[in-house]
Design a protein around this ligand. Structure first.
Ligand SMILES: Cc1cc2nc3c(=O)[nH]c(=O)nc-3n(C[C@H](O)[C@H](O)[C@H](O)COP(=O)(O)O)c2cc1C
Length: 335
């Protein structure tokens, strides 16, 4: 019987399949189903900085008129108040999830700047969350900020949240950084216990008829796994933190690949929103079967076995055999 347990943020999880932040993880019925299906942990939907620093009415007006500035908040739900009913209700959601689940409950804060709102991290801790995920959704669109200043903002934010709580702290970042490994190490030095690679940056669209910018949410596909897969594989064994892979985990093979690259857990949202909470069972049972076939005894044994650290040619791993990949293309149109 392969052992599916894994360690993440200091917890022993019964499986390496985690439900990442989405509306599903704040719904009590879905939480119960996730637990029944064998989820390792759940991440609650985020409380957004914008919700904490603006009155509800101002926030609605801002979201209506400034879709770009609040890219993530608006792309999840145009009316944020329907998605997540604000700070007080959020603390109640944590308490309810804790009452319902044995699996660890990870709360989520989404912001980009230091400031008074960070004190909510303390309230989240007091409400009983097992850990906190800080989602830094920073679109570096300010012409006056250098890359070093942008990166400094990540570090300052992690330091200020770290100073506010003793909870295990995971930091969720996007891939658009000059150096993922250096940033990863800086975040760990600033107090992160885990890294969640990567958030998906939602790309706004333009409606050509109305000339309006339309933030629309497109769910992911398995092909998107390749980006976090590479960077998890590069960070494995070299960053002193738990590693979670997010974006593109839909099928059993995606979970297996994430663990082989070196993730401690694989997180999934789009697949659960499409197929429902019971999809977790398909993933965990499928992983179990695959491990039996491949003769792995435990998740610990397979973790990182296809990481850069264990690659015969680490340079080729980083460049993903670029030349070989290009030359593998064959044109459907005969010359
Ligand atoms: C409808 C929806 C709501 C989401 N809400 C949040 C959120 O509140 N906080 C957050 O950090 N990520 C949020 N995400 C991002 C997911 O947690 C996840 O990182 C992303 O969808 C990539 O994973 P996937 O490919 O499995 O979907 C949301 C995604 C979707 C589709």
């Amino acid at each position: 019987m392969p052992d599916l347990t894994t360690r993440y943020l200091g917890f022993e999880l019964r499986t390496p399949v985690v439900a990442s932040a989405s509306p599903m993880t704040s719904d009590p019925t879905s939480l119960g189903r996730l637990e029944e299906a064998g989820v390792g942990a759940v991440v609650l939907p985020s409380l957004f900085e914008e919700q904490l620093v603006h009155e509800a009415a101002d926030l609605d007006a801002m979201l209506d008129h400034n879709a770009e500035a609040f890219a993530e908040a608006t792309s999840f739900f145009p009316d944020l108040q329907d998605y997540n009913t604000g700070p007080d209700q959020y603390l109640e959601t944590i308490a309810e999830a804790k009452r319902q689940l044995r699996a660890p409950v990870i709360a989520s804060l989404n912001g980009t700047s230091t400031g008074g709102w960070v004190r909510y991290a303390r309230e989240i801790e007091d409400a009983g969350a097992d850990a906190l995920e800080l989602n830094i959704y920073l679109i570096a669109a300010d012409f006056s900020l250098t890359p070093a200043e942008v990166e400094g903002r990540y570090v300052d934010l992690v330091e200020s949240v770290r100073a506010a709580v003793d909870l295990p702290l995971a930091v969720k970042i996007g891939p658009q950084l000059t150096s993922v490994p250096v940033m990863a190490q800086q975040l760990v030095r600033a107090g992160a216990d885990g890294l969640v690679l990567f958030n998906r940056f939602y790309q706004p669209d333009i409606d050509p008829d109305t000339r309006e910018i339309t933030p629309n949410l497109v769910l992911s596909a398995s092909e998107e796994l390749r980006l976090p897969l590479r960077w998890i594989g590069i960070c494995y064994g070299r960053v002193d933190a738990s590693l979670a892979l997010t974006s593109g985990v839909h099928e059993v093979a995606d979970v297996a690949k994430g663990l082989l690259a070196g993730a401690d857990v694989t997180m999934t949202t789009s697949a659960l929103l499409r197929k429902g909470p019971s999809h977790v069972r398909h993933l965990t049972e499928g992983l179990h079967e695959w491990m039996v076939e491949q003769e792995y005894d435990s998740v610990e044994q397979l973790k990182g076995s296809v990481s850069q650290r264990h690659a015969p040619d680490p340079e080729a791993f980083a460049r993903a055999n670029y030349l070989q990949t290009l030359s593998s293309w064959s044109s459907p149109f005969p010359a």
